[in-house]
Design a protein around this ligand. Structure first.
Ligand SMILES: Nc1ncnc2c1ncn2[C@@H]1O[C@H](COP(=O)(O)OP(=O)(O)OP(=O)(O)O)[C@@H](O)[C@H]1O
Length: 263
């Protein structure tokens, strides 16, 4: 088994008396497609923010490729290779697809270097390659405002990739998507190189089981189970945690995703 890219040890975050994330330990190997799931209020978003550095830890340590990043601010973690897409779009709607991705690439590299014409040309080439990777080669000159919801999420993935991440965290990337758009997103995420490790927080369990190589189930801030997708789907404890959420059926027959046809 490959060494962990991301290690969490005894990670906790309290809000007053509420333990939103409580003593979470977890290892994500390099190249994994790791999903964080759990019912509403389980602590998924809080854990996500602790990994990116948006929220400070109350307890524990977080390491990236063996080095402790627990006390580093968000921007320094980003420079070390942690990139994210957010639940709510952070795109500039009046700018084109290309401009949004170029801006992210320029922000990632030092601004003075990016003013050199030779570097600008290289950056444009890189952006064109990224847009091709995410299936938006023909949309470079289109303003983001004119894109469909699914296409905007594709731009967000390109923006995150422009920061050359080792670890890409995706917060509910399929939120608001049609089944066809979700299937396209899964296809895109599956096609990313193994040099980019994915951690995905997602409510759509069809997406999770179509994509994930490993799954952690959070419940009441704690890890209920980490395992292979089949193991998680067959777990009675997980089924119980999901009782009453309307998603139980995904765990009962082990038949897998109902509506995603990923090419
Ligand atoms: N800033 C905050 N202040 C106080 N309590 C918070 C804060 N953020 C989250 N919580 C609480 O922490 C718990 C975990 O919330 P979190 O948003 O991490 O769960 P989640 O699993 O992402 O839920 P959902 O699936 O509904 O997004 C919840 O009880 C929530 O109300």
């Amino acid at each position: 088994m490959s060494s962990p890219l991301l290690s969490l040890s005894g990670v906790g975050r309290h809000f007053g008396a509420l333990k939103a994330v409580d003593d979470v330990s977890l290892e994500v190997p390099a190249g994994a497609r790791h999903a964080l799931i759990g019912p509403n209020g389980a602590g998924k978003s809080t854990l996500f923010k602790l990994i990116t550095g948006t929220l400070p830890l109350s307890a524990g340590t977080i390491s990236l490729a063996g080095s402790d990043v627990s006390r580093l601010p968000e921007q320094q973690r980003a420079r070390r290779g942690i990139s994210q897409t957010l639940q709510h779009s952070s795109l500039f709607l009046t700018q084109t697809v290309q401009q949004n991705v170029l801006l992210a690439a320029q922000r990632h590299h030092s601004s003075r270097r990016s003013l050199v014409p030779r570097r600008q040309a290289a950056a444009r080439e890189r952006v064109a390659a990224l847009l091709s990777d995410v299936g938006l080669a023909g949309r470079a000159a289109t303003p983001v405002a004119a894109l469909s919801h699914g296409e905007r999420r594709q731009v967000e993935v390109a923006v995150a990739l422009a920061c050359e991440p080792r670890l890409l965290l995706l917060d509910e990337p399929a939120a608001g998507m049609s089944p066809a758009e979700s299937a396209q997103l899964v296809g895109l995420l599956k096609s990313l190189p193994e040099s980019v490790t994915l951690v995905i927080v997602e409510h759509d369990l069809d997406v999770v089981f179509a994509l994930a190589t490993s799954v952690t189930v959070l419940h009441l801030g704690q890890v209920l189970l980490t395992g292979a997708p089949d193991e998680v789907r067959a777990s009675e404890a997980v089924q119980e945690a999901y009782l009453g959420t309307g998603r139980e059926s995904l765990f009962l027959d082990g038949s897998g995703p109902a509506h995603l046809e990923v090419s």
